[in-house]
Write a protein that binds this ligand. Sequence first.
Ligand SMILES: *Cc1c(COP(=O)(O)O)cnc(C)c1O
Length: 388
Amino acid sequence: MNPIPYARHEITEADIEAVASVLRSEFLTQGPQVPAFEAALTRYTGARHAIAVNSATSALHIACLALGLGPGDWLWTSPVTFLASANCALYCGAQVDFVDIDPCTYNLSPDALSHKLEQAEREGKLPKVLVAVHMGGQSCDMKAMRLLSRRYGFKVIEDASHAVGGKYEDQPVGDCRYSDIAVFSFHPAKIVTAAEGGAALTNSDELASKMALLRSHGLTRDHQQMVHPIEGPWYYEQIELGFNYRMTDIHAALGTNQMKRVDDYVSRRQAVAKRYAELFAGLPLKTPRLDERAHSAFHLYVVRLDLARSRRNQRELFEFMRARGIGVNLHYIPIYRQPFYERMGFDRREFVEAESYYSQAMTLPMFPLLREEELRFVAATLAEGMGS
Ligand SMILES: *Cc1c(COP(=O)(O)O)cnc(C)c1O
């Protein structure tokens, strides 16, 4: 059996041709491919605007800035996510706090959120922005988050890096029905890829226009936005402090072509999840619990091991699987455990569910091209490793 990574992208001949045709064209960047990719994203999700950028990390940064996050403000997110979901606050000079997870969905818990908000209101430390991460591809309970955001007056960013192609209440994730901005990632480990890339989606004209400025130096050629009269055909103005977070036409062409297969990818991922659940029946572990309102894109397949019934402990089991060529992983080390965040004084005991999750979680290989014999090998190896 060849090594099986936890994630693997697929590149077709049509993807290669899409990229090659950009290389043969006049524009490598700032040409027609980025608007075409953005149009594919708005068509797919139903959001009014999509701002394509060079990564989801950049998208999170400009999303926070567009929402006015700055020094003295707080951003809250889940501790069980990739670093970027929290780092975006610090880029803006704001502070981060974490809300514990739901033990079944591994998403930020609406109950824990509600409780923490009550307390924060009493202390006058309410957050300005909540980053709701759709862990593994399953949407958070967005309706609950929206109700709380109205009540306490914070903004909501969906970090939908894992959930491109997923649904919530039968509508596409990214339509921003219950959020201000949703962010996608197109890293190769994710559902569809642009090699590197991200996007921020929104239904707000104002937020879209701010994010478009921030993506490219805060520079505008739109006379409606200008402060001074146009001085000639060369004229442009910088009206904000922006960055170069642009996506290239090469990446956009790959992303657009990949988006054609997003539904196919998600249904193949769902089929893998279904097969895993069958193969793991009887093993001492918990398979992901699916919220009936959410249709997961299944970026990740995380199981929780019942280690009391395993011959090996968590670390030994990871080593056992890796030694047999199965690229198991752990998504994620709770962010407050990172040395950089530890210095901010977080207390692990505040995050009982995240700690328990971290002590039991294992991410198994999940990608559309996994074959039946590979799935069986993963299940048989895990059973052997646990000694059942
Ligand atoms: C991958 C990921 C990101 C960052 O995506 P990039 O496109 O690599 O910047 C952000 N948040 C989550 C939850 C992710 O998994």
